[in-house]
Design a protein around this ligand. Structure first.
Ligand code: UDP
Length: 382
């Protein structure tokens, strides 16, 4: 097949780009360095029919119309609505931070109208004497929920997750956590959410199933480009690997947080009664336990079978050879990123995107959205 464009990396961003370009008549060569497509959304199905999210739980949720319409062309969602519970000092609470949690925690019956004043009062107590011109993660969190809730549900979880005192973290991280003045315990505010009925892998297989797309796995474009003839290497490239790797870590490696997963198969139909249980105290070293079968309540047969897979998630500092999961956002990493971005902007025909390429935390829908936008921008120029 003739090649018009190369897509390096078959994660959610790369597969979206490839599909849009292919539908616009471009011949796309997709190169994936792993043996399989799907990036960190890749799942495995075990011998008991349980879909295991190899890289941690993924729940598709979005408020973006174009993204929802796009993915629904390829898959059907099962209507799963994500709830997260939190275990703290032997008790189990419903997240997110809202009426359910506050009333449970304080033993109150506050109404939606009463909650803001209660929180403001708690926040004021916790923030007394602090200068809030440029709030840290901790100050932002206390201003959202007050000190007692911060200590119970945020402080230690965040310390485990990020390996540092929350005082050193940017306030932007906590802004990901929804705070609600209602009993709504849906973790995500998006009503459009779910898990692909046929599994996540089917999304990637269908995205790339197009006559204008050819796929080669086990090919790392970073090596491949140095070996190929110049006519192919001169093709436009959509690259979604780490941006520092693209330049041989010339200015140093960008810092990441990584994760270690400890998986166990248990001989019970249901071990924890929910898909994700956060452990917000310092008494255990893991942050959460995933129980994957709960993501497919429509699969009655697997749900009833006396087998389940649970997975404990342990955050760790990224070292060479580890999977990069969370970009560590601080002044130093931002400056380093800017240097790499400057280099990338000098390379004609190169578009760098995705979570690794942009060094950003992206939900899946944001990656699809960014992929749609990148492909559209390219088509407008070419
Ligand atoms: N967080 C927390 N306690 C929780 C859940 C989340 O303190 O029980 C904080 C923590 O700092 C985390 C951030 O909120 O990094 C974002 O959490 P989210 O659940 O959105 O993260 P993800 O599931 O994407 O890792």
């Amino acid at each position: 097949m003739a090649v018009d464009v190369i897509v390096a990396g078959a994660g959610i961003w790369g597969c979206t780009v490839a599909r849009v370009l292919a539908e616009a008549g471009r011949k796309v060569l997709v190169l994936e360095k792993r043996a399989q497509i799907g990036g960190n959304v890749r799942c495995e199905t075990d011998e008991n029919g349980i879909e295991i999210h190899t890289y941690g739980s993924h729940i598709f949720h979005t408020h973006l119309d174009d993204v929802w319409e796009f993915v629904n062309r390829f898959i059907t969602f099962n209507g799963y609505q994500h709830k997260v519970l939190a275990r703290y000092e032997g008790k189990t609470y419903f997240l997110p931070l809202g009426l359910t949690l506050v009333n449970q925690f304080y033993g109150l019956n506050l109404t939606p109208a009463e909650l803001p004043a209660f929180i403001a009062q708690e926040a004021a107590k916790g923030l007394e004497g602090r200068n809030l011109a440029n709030p840290t993660f901790e100050e932002q969190a206390i201003s959202f929920i007050g000190e007692p809730l911060y200590w119970a549900f945020i402080r230690e979880y965040t310390r485990k997750q990020w390996g540092t005192d929350p005082k050193n973290l940017p306030a932007s991280i906590i802004k990901r956590l929804p705070v609600r003045a209602s009993y709504d315990i849906n973790y995500f505010p998006d009503y459009r959410q779910g898990i692909p009925r046929a599994g996540y892998n089917s999304l990637f297989e269908r995205l790339l199933d197009h006559p204008n797309i050819s796929l080669e796995c086990n090919v790392d474009w970073l090596d491949w480009r140095t070996r190929q003839d110049s006519t192919l290497t001169a093709r436009p490239v959509f690259y979604s690997g780490p941006i520092d790797a693209l330049f041989g870590y010339r200015f140093g490696a960008l810092p990441w947080r990584s994760l270690r997963f400890e998986r166990e198969t248990l001989e019970v139909a249901d071990w924890q009664g929910t898909s994700v249980m956060n452990y917000t105290g310092a008494d255990v070293p893991f942050t959460r336990i995933h129980e994957f079968k709960h993501f497919h309540p429509e699969d009655k047969e697997t749900m009833a079978r006396a087998k389940t897979v649970i997975c404990r998630e342990y955050p760790k500092t990224w070292e060479p050879g580890d999977e990069p999961y969370y970009a560590v956002d601080n002044a130093e990493s931002r400056a380093l990123l800017a240097r790499y971005q400057e280099e990338a902007a000098k390379v004609p025909g190169l578009v760098v995107g995705g979570r690794l390429g942009e060094y950003r935390y992206y939900d899946m829908d944001q990656s699809v959205g960014r992929g749609l936008a990148a492909a559209k921008a390219y088509l407008e120029r070419n």
